[in-house]
Design a protein around this ligand. Structure first.
Ligand code: UD1
Length: 422
C-alpha cells in the first residue's frame, strides 16, 4: 500500500489548478441512467471514486467512452440505452456510498431496482432512511432483503416530501427520481450545496423541469422522457479550500485557479478571520499568509454554513494557530479521527463529544500517521507541510478517492512531498 512522505518547512508559492468536483461528478455520471440518449461530460476528475462509479455503471450496462487522449477520465461519453442489470452490488456500495444514488434513477426509469444498503462508515452511521422515506411517499414499495433494498413502482408519483435533515444524497436521489415521476414533487428542507444545484442544472439540460434548486424548497415537475446532455463540471470547492488552507498554513502566497468564492463563502470568511489576505481574482482565489494565524471557532453546518468536508483541514491550521479554537462538528458524529493523529504530531487537542478544543502550539513534529477517511488524510498532509522533520502518511488510498494528483500539485507549489510505492 502506498504512503506519502512530507518534509515540512517549505513556504508554498505559485499557482495550482483545481480539478472537477468529485461530489458533482458522482451524481452527474449516475444521472445518465435517466436517459437512453448519449451524455457527454467534461472536467471529470481522475479519481478512485469516479472509477468506482464507472465500474458500477458499466455493470448495469451503461456504455462508457473515454474521450480524452491520455485515456484517463476528464471527457467521458455515457450511454444507458441498453441497461441489462438493475442491481448495485454490496462490494461497490460499501466502497463508495454515493453508489446508493442509482436507486432513484433506476426505479423511476425502469420501475424497479435492487441496491445494497451502504452500512456504516468511518465518519458515522450515515443511514439512508430519508432516501427511502421519500421514495415510499412517491409510491414505491420498498423491502429490505438480505442487506439489499428492493424497490418497485410501476410509476412514481409526485408528492410533497419534507426532509428531516437537508441531506445532500437524499435530495439528489429524490430529485433524480422525481424528474420522471408523474406530477409535481416538492422537496422541502432540501440540501442547498452547489453540487445539488449543479446536478439540477444538468437534469434541466436533459429536459427536466426543476425549479429553484439550491433553495430550501425545490419543485420538480415530472416529464415522460429525458434526453442527452453535454456539460462541463464545476471545480471542486473542497479541493480548492484544501489548497487555500495549505497556503495559509505555510505562510505562503498561492493562487488557486478555478476556485469560486460564491461556493466557499463561509469558509473564506473564517480563513480571513485567521489573518490571511484572501482576494477574489475572477476565476481564481489568492491567499497570502501573514505569519502565524489567529485561532477561530468553527461550526460545521449544511450549506451555506461551514462545510464539514473542510473541518479536518481547518483543524490542522488551528493546531498551529495563536490561541484556542473550538471546532463543532454537527454533520457527522464521528468525524474527529484526525485529531488523534494530529496529537501524535504534537497538537494540543481535546475532544468533548461533538467539540474539539484546539490550543495552537508553536510547531508540530513529523511522525508516522494513519488516516481513516479522505479529509482526515489530507489534514495530515497539511500538518506535515509545517511540521518539523518528516511525516509519513499511511493508507493513502483514502486520499486517492478525492484528490487528483495531490503530490504533483503540492510539489508544483514548492512542497517537499513524495509518494512511496510499497
Ligand atoms: C455528501 C458528500 C460528503 C459531505 C456530505 C455533507 C457526496 C458524494 N458526499 O454526503 O462529502 O460530507 O454530503 O455535506 O456528495 N442522514 C440521515 N439519513 C439519510 C441521509 C443522511 O440521517 O437518509 C444524515 C447523515 O448520517 C449525516 C447527515 O445526514 O449525518 C448528512 O448526510 P448527507 O448530507 O446525506 O451526506 P452525503 O450525501 O452522504
Amino acid at each position: 500500500m502506498d504512503s506519502i512522505l512530507v518534509r515540512g518547512g517549505r513556504r508554498l508559492q505559485g499557482e495550482v489548478v483545481v480539478s472537477g468536483s468529485k461530489n458533482s461528478a458522482l451524481p452527474v455520471l449516475i444521472s445518465s441512467l435517466l436517459t437512453a440518449e448519449p451524455c457527454f461530460y467534461q472536467n471529470i476528475p481522475d479519481l478512485k471514486d469516479v472509477h468506482t462509479t464507472l465500474r458500477l455503471l458499466t455493470g448495469l450496462g451503461v456504455k462508457i467512452k473515454r474521450e480524452s487522449h491520455s485515456g484517463k477520465p476528464s471527457q467521458l461519453s455515457l450511454r444507458a440505452d441498453s441497461i441489462t442489470e438493475l442491481k448495485a452490488p454490496y462490494d461497490l456500495v460499501k466502497t463508495m456510498r454515493a453508489s446508493f444514488l442509482v436507486l432513484g434513477p433506476l426505479l423511476s426509469r425502469f420501475g424497479q431496482a435492487t441496491v445494497s444498503t451502504p452500512g456504516g462508515c468511518a465518519i458515522g452511521t450515515r443511514p439512508v432512511n430519508l432516501h427511502l422515506k421519500g421514495l415510499t411517499q412517491m409510491g414505491a414499495s420498498i423491502e429490505l432483503v438480505h442487506g439489499y433494498v428492493q424497490a418497485r413502482a410501476k410509476r412514481l408519483y409526485g408528492t410533497r416530501i419534507y426532509l428531516d435533515l437537508p441531506s445532500v444524497g437524499a435530495t439528489e436521489n429524490l430529485m433524480m427520481a422525481a424528474t420522471l415521476a408523474k406530477g409535481t414533487t416538492v422537496i422541502e428542507n432540501a440540501a442547498k450545496e452547489p453540487e445539488v444545484t449543479e446536478l439540477a442544472s444538468v437534469l434541466n439540460k436533459m429536459g427536466a423541469k426543476i425549479d429553484k434548486p439550491g433553495s430550501d424548497t425545490v419543485t420538480i415537475e415530472g416529464v415522460d422522457v429525458l434526453g442527452g446532455v453535454s456539460h462541463c463540471l464545476i471545480a471542486d470547492r473542497i479541493e480548492a479550500g484544501t489548497y487555500l488552507v495549505a497556503a495559509a498554513l505555510t505562510d505562503g502566497e498561492v493562487v488557486v485557479r478555478g476556485a469560486r468564492s460564491d461556493h466557499l463563502d463561509s469558509f473564506l470568511m473564517k480563513l480571513k478571520e485567521t489573518g490571511v489576505t484572501v482576494s477574489d481574482e475572477g476565476n481564481a482565489i489568492k491567499v497570502k499568509g501573514s505569519g502565524r494565524g489567529k485561532s477561530v471557532d468553527i461550526v460545521t453546518l449544511p450549506h451555506p454554513g461551514f462545510p464539514t468536508d473542510l473541518q479536518a483541514q481547518m483543524m490542522a491550521l488551528m493546531a498551529v494557530a495563536d490561541g484556542v479554537s473550538v471546532i463543532t462538528e454537527n454533520i457527522f458524529e464521528n468525524r474527529f479521527m484526525h485529531a488523534q493523529e494530529l496529537k501524535r504530531m504534537g497538537g494540543n487537542i481535546r475532544l468533548e463529544g461533538k467539540r474539539a478544543i484546539v490550543k495552537g502550539v508553536q510547531s508540530l513534529s513529523g511522525a508516522t500517521v494513519m488516516a481513516t477517511d479522505l479529509r482526515a488524510s489530507v489534514s495530515l498532509i497539511l500538518a506535515g507541510l509545517v511540521a518539523k522533520g518528516v511525516t509519513e502518511i499511511l493508507r493513502v488510498y483514502h486520499l486517492d478517492r478525492g484528490y487528483e494528483h495531490i503530490e504533483q500539485k503540492l510539489s508544483g507549489l514548492g512542497a517537499d512531498i513524495e509518494r512511496l510505492k510499497h
